[in-house]
Design a binder for this molecule. Sequence first.
Ligand SMILES: [Zn+2]
Length: 433
Amino acid sequence: MRANGSILQTNADGSTIETWKDSERRHETTPNGDWMEVKEDGTHIQYSNEQKVKISKFKNGSELQENDDGSTIETDSEGMIIEKMGNIYIEIRTDGSRLQKDGETGISIEKFGDGTTVQTMPDHTRIVRRPNGHATQRNPNGTVIETWKDGRRVQTSLDGVRIEKFANGRTVQTDSSGTIIEKLADGTLLPPRQPKLVQKCVSCSKCTTIISIPNDTFVVCCPMCRHIMLGHQINVIGSGKTAAESKTKKVQWGTHDDSGSEVKTIFDRYDVNGSGGIDQTEVGNMLKDLNFPPTEFAEIFMSADDNSDGELQFHEFVEYFNELNSAILATAKPADLSMSAQMMEDQKAELSQAKEELVRMQKILEEKLSKATINNCDDLANEKRKADEQIVVIEAELKLREKHFETAVKEQHKRRHDALQAKLQARKDAKAK
Ligand SMILES: [Zn+2]
């Protein structure tokens, strides 16, 4: 018996076994420097002297590998792997996605199961690359550059200017008023023209992705966060309207008797023959406007058509529309959700900064007001009132962004959870066989 309460046994080959009387604790060594230990809490540690690797297996199923060079590989109980090597951090998630961060360059790359990658630069520039060769780059100044496999490139900026460049050198530039200026591959400049269908640049009221839509579009589905919006209510870029001021802040769609709701507006718009019901063709027109094939989501139509008359009466349409909303959200790829969550986080940071700046200005104005003379007190009070108003607007917008952000993050977690559950179930099924 040793002073620490253990019993040490030394074997003829030089190996040792140390045990503790009242616990599971155990420590073994070999002459070549390997050792293993079982701790009181059940943690199992093994050290290989030759490989200089220490592996700890914890009771909850997680595992930690520590290498001699300081790098570590961690596997949590759900199977997520985290690797740390100097400045490099790698996360391999159970849904098949992978995140790599380089602490030195500040660049992080997220790779998803379908091959999509999202690259984030330290200045918040983000590039989404799809397996089909399509890439979207969002710059911090709001400019979006899209490129395709065939060499086509479209650049949209916050002032509403859109420049399309083809592989052969032809460029088509649309300015914020909708005028088109086209330059052919050989350099010939065509006279400016007005398009038949005027496009406008809008920004999604939820994630602020820039979307170019025909002026007469009635409903729009955001390609990034899959939020559905009414075309005439989305902020046209350059109009200076904030999301808090616009009417698009409504997140919840109408209820059965809410005859004044946006969903009623949509219903009335697509019930072209005024029959009081929307049939599959009319729903198809709406889906086309939302950029989906007209026959998509047929099963939702069927289940919402309670009386099976082939038409959706308003109360049925409300049900259909809410189901459609979730179904459309489910078409968002994990990369899109991750990207819109990141974008919303950026927006929140920018808004907080703007608010801080305003609060600072408010304080200065207050101080000035306290020393104001009869000549300038009106101007100062006016300035102060303006700052107060702006803060109210920013606060409302912050609240709204917070809500949107939560939805996006929740959706992301739900996707991850579902993917994990599916994987576990598949493993269970395979075992059962
Ligand atoms: Zn969006």
